[in-house]
Design a protein around this ligand. Structure first.
Ligand code: 5GP
Length: 182
């Protein structure tokens, strides 16, 4: 285990099994259709990379980047698009792929934004859900794990750009982000 982490919340093997299960469900739900998966950078990159390989329907993917927590472990509350899609979404079946839904501000904004571009459909897939902190409602169609209100890192999730490469989801030791004025 990483020395900055308090404990392992979701081991690698459980993530793997969940990704396979979600991939199967998505493939079944979108049978006969073509999918556009939209990964939200940078956190969802590893989840998206694993998930698309478990999907058997024709799938393309693209990325968006939105303003996030920066070096802080608390939400700023504002959402801003930093990088938009390279492709059009009109008439396409979209699944937004996110690492974690926390306050819901990011996905509430993104779902509304993408819906306004005339896609055939928009659904949300997230690896993690922290429902206790929700401020804005988010309809999550594909969900990996519901987790408690703790700051987690690993499998794409960072603190100050670190820990993204850890293969499992770990609870970060609060000592790492305490006394930093964030
Ligand atoms: P929301 O807009 O739902 O509050 O926040 C979503 C974003 O907040 C996620 O994409 C992620 O970047 C960040 N976030 C929320 N909770 C955590 C957490 O426990 N750990 C990490 N590393 N990021 C989080």
């Amino acid at each position: 285990m990483h020395p900055d982490c308090e404990r392992i919340l979701i081991p690698e093997v459980e993530i793997r099994a969940k990704v396979v299960e979600l991939g199967r469900r998505i493939s079944k739900d979108y049978a006969g259709k073509e999918l556009l998966m939209i990964g939200i950078l940078k956190g969802a990159m590893i989840f998206l990379a694993d998930l698309v390989r478990e999907i058997s329907v024709p799938t393309r993917y693209d990325f968006m980047a939105v303003s996030s927590y920066g070096a802080s472990s608390k939400s700023s509350g504002k959402v801003r698009i930093l990088k938009d899609l390279a492709c059009g979404v009109e008439g396409r079946h979209i699944i937004i792929v996110e690492d974690i839904v926390d306050t819901g501000l990011t996905l509430n904004y993104l779902a509304e934004n993408l819906n306004s571009r005339d896609p055939a459909s928009v659904k949300i897939c997230t690896l993690l859900d922290k429902p206790s902190r929700r401020i804005k409602p988010v309809e999550i169609c594909y969900k990996g794990f519901v987790i408690p209100d703790e700051f987690v890192v690993g499998y794409g999730l960072d603190y100050s750009e670190r820990y993204r490469n850890l293969p499992c989801i770990m609870v970060l030791n609060p000592k790492v982000y305490m006394n930093k004025g964030e």
